[in-house]
Ligand binder design. Structure first.
Ligand code: PHE
Length: 375
């Protein structure tokens, strides 16, 4: 949460003075595009919950990593006896990284599968779109890692277990000015992603407040492959830092093209950079960049180390921030189910709203009146 990761050839990551972190470089082992634990329908001995995420598409590592964390949490709870004597069963759908598909599969989870709680999404635009469906049917939804403020403003059934972008944006602005001592920034935002637009705005506000100058503020659209014309105009303004609050696929390409054009600015970003694919796509060009994230697998706390060890034993790789957030989202939801007066979505919602000092992997979580996480 307070970390900033530095991407380096040595893989040593400098932080905001709190924690040292390694960037894990590796391959995600793809799981099925849609999977469920156990059979498709919950019997009376089971509680069925839903999950939707980008299991495929240009943000597939988000969905796949989150799903791993969620599965691990559910298995752990089921092994320990489940919730009120019932086993948790998970129904997962791939939304292919599309907001319209997210709406479709969440509608399906609610009306066909009849889930009583939903976990998802990672990307804010998809959580906003599908959260409206959950709200309409009054089924509680917990987003693991959507950070745009609007996500939980959709209604009183939508919760999250991560920090929000006003925090993340100002942390990165202060990091640029106080730690890097760089006072001339350019911003390159993805106009198609609510996350990117919001985070860019919060960064700009704080950066200016701190006495920094924004010399360029230009945009691209998710799915673009050629960023040379915008990068050429950015280069002409000679910024010290380039803030790219986007997702890893475009960020990797932008980094490459920026360096090809001779742009020397330090690259900065947010949690959307958290993917092992970033260094695969960006290569050397991304080295030396920094981004903020939700947790560090190098955190010495026993909670984190225990989680990392379990995750490694199960999947063979180091859990990303997304996996940790997925695990925490599931555990917070399950904790609420345990405290709930009965098994109705309404009672689950009410219990979620009462979450206080829940010890997660990513911090001690309390849900506030806005249904956001205070950590
Ligand atoms: N915070 C991003 C969003 O709201 C999603 C994200 C979270 C991506 C964590 C990577 C890691 O869209």
């Amino acid at each position: 949460m307070k970390n900033s990761l530095k991407l380096g050839t040595t893989r040593t990551l400098v932080t905001l003075g709190v924690l040292g972190i390694f960037l894990s470089v590796g391959c995600v082992k793809k799981e099925g595009t849609s999977s469920s634990v156990g059979s498709d329908l919950a019997s009376s001995n089971e509680i069925l919950i839903g999950e939707y995420g980008s299991m495929t598409g240009s943000e597939s590592t988000f969905g796949v990593s989150t799903h791993k964390g969620i599965l691990m949490a559910i298995d752990e709870v089921n092994k320990a006896g489940g919730v009120k004597g019932k086993k948790i069963q998970l129904k997962n759908y791939d939304d292919q990284g599309q907001a319209s598909e997210a709406v479709t599969v969440v509608t399906k989870l609610i009306t066909q599968d009849k889930v009583s709680l939903i976990l998802g999404e990672v990307a804010s635009s998809r959580s906003i779109a599908a959260g409206a469906v959950a709200q309409q049917y009054k089924i509680p939804m917990v987003s693991p890692s959507s950070t745009n403020p609007r996500v939980t403003q959709v209604g009183d059934n939508v919760f999250r277990v991560c920090f929000i972008d006003p925090f993340q944006g100002s942390v990165m602005a202060r990091f640029a000015i106080n730690n890097l001592k760089l006072k001339k920034a350019a911003v390159f935002r993805d106009i198609k992603a609510d996350y990117s637009v919001g985070l860019a705005n919060f960064f700009v506000d704080e950066y200016k407040k701190m006495g920094g100058e924004i010399v360029a503020d230009v945009s691209y659209a998710s799915g673009d492959m050629d960023f040379k014309s915008q990068l050429t105009s950015i280069k002409s303004k000679n910024p010290d830092v380039l803030f790219i609050p986007g997702y890893y696929t475009e960020v990797g390409l932008i980094a490459r093209q920026a360096r090809e054009l001779g742009l020397k600015a330090v690259l900065l970003g947010g949690d959307g950079w958290d993917s092992e694919k970033l260094t695969e796509i960006g290569g050397e060009a991304i080295v030396g960049g920094y981004f903020s994230n939700h947790y560090s697998h190098e955190d010495k706390s026993p909670v984190v180390q225990n989680f990392v060890a379990q995750f490694k034993a199960r999947y063979g790789d180091v859990p990303s921030g997304l996996a940790a957030q997925g695990y925490d989202a599931a555990m917070v939801a399950i904790d609420a189910m345990k405290r709930s007066s009965d098994l109705s979505p309404k009672s689950f919602r009410d219990a979620l709203a009462q979450t206080k000092n829940f010890q997660g992997v990513t911090g001690m979580i309390t849900i506030n009146e806005e249904r956001n996480a205070v950590k």
